[in-house]
Design a protein around this ligand. Structure first.
Ligand code: NA7
Length: 555
């Protein structure tokens, strides 16, 4: 494998007004976009990539908030395509913190010489298919135009931050921070009155980190999340050596698993063992930490009664840790199944509420009315704050693709196509949008499996499709309506069994006002997803339609 090689298409130094031609355009510089740049360069394609941030890293470039940390083991949350990188990079912790993740991303970018292919601080403002020339025409906020036969949207499921729909956000005179747009310099919380709105994975990480630093911390909680002990560890040299010797096997396990990781999963049904055995298994998983609880039984996402037993087990743990009974009760999630919201991992979240300076404001019994110049006003009164942190999440899955005009055949936009919810083939391609590809799209496993395994898979799939076109002298590929309908029916039929539908989350579009709601991700697991996606290349892309090159038609 060639690692750092001479860039095939250096990015221009100053904006150019005439359209610039490439073979492929890539939008996004996260894990998916970085691998896409590498893969397509190795295929010999002239490429140009765009990234709104100032550097590569995607979500990890933006999410610099205190306590930011990946909640999958670093060993799994890393690229698998390069044995050289696997051997040269050493993770220090079982669950890497954001600075280490950025160092890894920087290491990969340097090792593969990826940065020259990117235009940073550049937002794509539109992408349109020019039918007569069989080209994607992409415009940027620098006033430039690029054209290429292929376009890859590596825009990610979590790239459009969501502000809360609370009146007065802009009025606040203190320091307003969003977790997903965190400043690059450290924020000093010493002696400050700090508020956090949001108690998803992000809010939990912020609270446990900022609580001990702040003068006073007020946590505005609407829906409590279930969180379990991460039990993070420093990795020993012996463990790292063993992992490095066994990477090939570890990757194979991940690729053949439901979640795209090496975490063990059980085939045991909850009620197939005695209550006492269940308790022992759950206690073991709790002690083991990470997402072990989710792997304890096979039916936790489809059997509501089994799920409730596990939920009650975790509620019991909250009660054991949090000293104030009223706070403990408010922190216990109720009314939705455990794991139907993203399960969180913490290091000291519940313990943080035992600190005298940390206060939980239960926004269910005491709703937020508005944000004022001085702080947050709930029904019971105003809390004055120096700093307000919004950990209010994202317009997930579809937000990025709908944030700008993406126009396919006959002037139809993605926004129009998705007005009742996202539809695509495998989350990879869209009927009506020839040669437009997505990575980690909204109808694949996306948020439900390891995003790096999905990104690699998706880029490889796109590479195979382009190779097929080139081998057969074809200009365009696009799924048929029937192929898309068939895929969406598979997605729908599996999803309807899932308990994920029972919680109001970004997974089902419930966190954004007026967004179509429903579970549109593929819930059948990463292995099954790979199997479905492998069918087209094995059967000659029977369910896709193609166009020859225009010159071939004219001749
Ligand atoms: P999430 O999981 O979407 O959490 C957002 C949180 O913000 C959640 O607790 C929301 O409560 C809360 N929120 C949003 N708007 C409001 C208003 N208006 N009032 C009170 N509380 C509000 O985003 P995260 O960034 O934590 O995590 C995203 C993903 O990153 C996560 O799933 C992992 O994959 C990593 P609500 O639930 O709406 O009651």
């Amino acid at each position: 494998m060639a690692l750092a090689s001479t860039p095939s298409s250096p990015s221009p130094q100053s904006p150019s007004t005439s359209p610039q031609r490439r073979d492929i355009l890539i939008v996004g510089g996260g894990f998916g976009g970085m691998y896409a740049v590498y893969k397509f360069r190795e295929m010999g394609l002239q490429l140009q990539a765009f990234e709104a941030g100032g550097d590569v890293g995607g979500v990890w470039y933006w999410n610099r908030y205190p306590g930011a940390r990946v909640d999958l083991p670093s060993i799994d949350y890393s690229y698998s395509f390069s044995p050289e990188i696997e051997q040269e990079w050493t993770w220090s912790e079982q669950f890497a913190a954001q600075p280490e993740l950025l160092r890894y991303i920087d290491f990969v970018a340097k090792r593969l010489d990826l940065r020259p292919h990117f235009q940073f601080n550049t937002r794509v403002t539109s992408a349109a298919w020019d039918e007569s020339r069989q080209l994607w025409v992409v415009k940027t906020d620098r006033g430039e135009t690029y054209e290429a036969p292929y376009c890859v949207m590596a825009t990610g499921p979590l790239s459009i931050p969501k502000e809360p729909d609370i009146p007065g956000v802009k009025r606040f005179k203190g320091r307003l921070l969003h977790s997903a747009r965190w400043p690059h310099e450290p924020v000093d919380f010493t002696g400050k009155r700090v508020g956090v709105i949001g108690t998803g994975s992000t809010g939990i990480q912020v609270v446990q980190d900022v609580g001990p630093q702040a003068g006073e911390l007020f946590v505005f909680q609407r829906t409590p999340s279930f969180t379990m002990p991460m039990r993070n560890e420093t990795l020993t040299p012996e463990y790292v050596d063993e992992v490095k010797r066994n990477y090939a096997g570890i990757r194979e396990i991940a690729r053949s698993s439901t979640v795209g990781g090496s975490r063990p999963q059980s085939t045991r049904a909850f009620f197939s063992v005695t209550p006492n055995q269940r308790r022992v298994l759950l206690e073991d998983a709790w002690k083991q930490g990470g997402l072990s609880m989710l792997g304890t039984f096979a039916d936790l996402m489809v059997n509501a009664e089994a799920n409730e037993h596990v939920a009650e087990f975790v509620r019991g743990k909250i009660g054991e840790v949090v000293k104030d009974p009223k706070t403990a009760e408010a922190l216990k999630p109720k009314g939705y199944p455990i794991f139907a919201r993203r399960p969180c991992l913490d290091t000291s979240y519940y313990e943080t509420y035992n600190l005298p300076n940390v206060h939980l404001v239960d926004c269910i019994t005491d709703p937020i009315v508005e944000i004022t110049e001085k702080g947050v006003r709930n029904e019971s009164g105003e809390t004055e704050l120096d700093i307000l942190i919004l950990a209010t999440g994202y317009d997930g899955l579809t937000g990025a693709m709908m944030a700008f005009d993406v126009t396919g055949r006959d002037g139809r936009t993605v926004r129009q196509k998705w007005q009742d919810g996202p539809r695509s083939t495998f989350g990879l391609m869209l009927e009506g949008f020839p040669n437009l590809f997505m990575t980690t799209g909204p109808n694949g496993p996306s948020a439900l499996a390891n995003i790096i395994r999905i990104s690699e898979h998706d880029v490889d799939w796109i590479a195979d499709a382009i190779t097929h076109l080139k081998k057969n002298g074809l200009a365009t590929i696009e799924p048929t309506v029937q192929a898309e309908d068939a895929w969406m029916e598979i997605v729908r039929s599996i999803a309807q069994r899932s308990l994920i539908n029972k919680a109001k989350t970004w997974w089902v579009g419930a966190n954004v006002k007026d967004k179509p709601q429903g579970l549109t991700m593929f819930t059948g697991g990463f292995l099954k997803y790979r199997e479905y996606c492998a069918v087209p290349s094995a059967n000659g892309y029977r369910d896709f339609q193609f166009e020859p090159q225009m010159e071939a038609v004219a001749a």
